[in-house]
Design a protein around this ligand. Structure first.
Ligand code: SF4
Length: 430
């Protein structure tokens, strides 16, 4: 599955950067959740100073090659660029991607890392929140160790977002740069069953961060929803990633060439699942959404790409029953405007949201969650849970919704951890 968006050449990138007005009050920066200093690095790029551009970006982001690809630019930086009012906004996402990829290819970045003297922090989960905290704290002199249950780090970046939107090699490069900051990765370790939070503290960590995401999918309780042909989108996407990495066989992906597939839900995960099902050879993919197009949560650009690739959409519709013959899914009943229609189907993929799994909170005392299972945190120090020294951020707390919002939240939590660990080390146990 090749990446869908074309790369800039150096000449194209510099020409695009030269269009930037370097506004005194840059609206693009205001639109960026992590306040990336966009005009500053675009200016460096316009003069060909790629190393300086990268250093400016790194001051705010540990994952620029990722953000340059999967951020909601249309709603954030690019949507706010003044040039967009009368003509074409600066292609900020593509430029960020260009700078980060050039940096990876040429190995430009040689960061000077401070000695790790300020304390030890354990991070559970290596998705965008965990990687961001690791990058921020390692740059500030903390010894950081990441515990990841999968065989490879990256979380949703590696096993959720498909290859055509975010090549895995790009994620690996970003992780390599974080490793070069001295961050240690422990892979295949599931905190909860394998190692508890108490044991992490016994090992001498000063603080623990839970960035475990929301990996437990929600489902629709309709007749037939337990049939084998019904799959969760995040499981389907994970299997395709594992298959692409050569770790499982084609059979285990479950969507077969020629299948008629229905995807329930209309967020970005639904778009990813629908487009991925087509790439896995499905003959027909139809997204079923109970609201109108105006209320879909998917980005418009993702929707447009899905349409151009052949995904069909049925608005204000719902699957009310999933039927089978001898246990094999073969039809779905779709309701629309009070009428019902029965149509042939081979697979149904659910993309109706997810919530946190309870592995950690059920094996550690004192970490409280709300009624939906999201971890409760406080404002002072930012991100600390109801258990002292344990912090949480990203999807597990029900705050952010996208990669960059998880990063924005994680930067604030990193400051909370920094203040907490410094205080504990100065004053003893608080
Ligand atoms: Fe450049 Fe647009 Fe940002 Fe102004 S708003 S600094 S033109 S990218």
């Amino acid at each position: 599955m090749n990446e869908t968006e074309d790369k800039y050449t150096m000449a194209q990138a510099v020409a695009e950067a030269k269009r930037c007005l370097n506004c005194k009050v840059p609206q693009c920066k205001k639109g960026c959740p992590i306040s990336n200093d966009i005009p500053d690095w675009i200016h460096e790029l316009s003069m060909g100073n790629l190393g300086n551009a990268m250093a400016i970006i790194h001051a705010k982001s540990s994952l620029p090659a990722v953000c340059g690809r999967v951020c909601a630019h249309e709603r954030q930086c690019e949507g706010n660029c003044v040039l967009g009012r009368k003509g074409k906004h600066i292609d900020i996402g593509r430029l960020e991607r260009f700078v980060a990829d050039f940096d990876s290819e040429m190995r430009l970045t040689q960061e000077r890392i401070p000695a790790k003297t300020r304390g030890r922090v354990a991070i559970i989960g290596s998705g965008p929140a965990g990687l961001t905290i690791a990058g921020v704290l390692a740059r500030k002199g903390f010894a950081v160790e990441i515990f990841e249950m999968e065989p490879e780090p990256g979380g949703v970046l590696m096993f959720g977002i498909p290859e055509y939107r975010l090549p895995k090699q790009v994620v690996r490069e970003e992780i390599r740069k974080i490793e070069e900051l001295g961050v240690v990765f422990h892979l295949g370790v599931c905190i909860g069953p394998d190692l508890t939070v108490d044991q992490l503290f016994e090992q001498g960590f000063d603080a623990v961060f839970m960035g475990t995401g929301a990996g437990k999918p929600k489902t629709l309780d309709i007749p037939g929803s337990k049939l084998r042909g019904v799959r969760q989108a995040i499981w389907f996407l994970r299997r395709v990633s594992l298959y692409n990495a050569g770790l499982i066989s084609r059979d285990e992906v479950r969507v077969n060439p020629g299948d008629k597939v229905f995807v329930v839900g209309c967020g970005n995960t639904a778009m990813d699942a629908a487009r991925t099902a087509l790439r896995m050879g499905a003959a027909e993919v139809t997204v079923i959404y109970h609201r109108t197009i105006e209320r879909m949560t998917a980005l418009r650009a993702e929707y447009d790409d899905a349409v151009s690739e052949g995904v069909r959409f049925r608005w204000e519709s719902a699957i009310t029953r999933i039927l089978n013959t001898d246990g094999v899914l073969d039809q779905v009943v779709i309701s629309h405007n009070g009428t019902e229609e029965t149509v042939p189907a081979d697979k149904v993929i659910m993309a109706v949201g997810s919530q946190p799994a309870a592995r950690i909170v059920s094996t550690s005392k004192g970490i409280e969650v709300d009624e939906k299972g999201y971890v409760l945190t406080r404002e002072e120090p930012y991100g600390m849970t109801t258990r002292k020294g344990v912090f949480a951020g990203g999807d597990v707390t029900n705050r952010p919704a996208t990669v960059v919002h998880a990063m924005q939240d994680a930067q604030k939590v990193a400051e909370g951890i920094e203040r907490y660990v410094d205080a504990v080390r100065l004053l003893g146990n608080l």
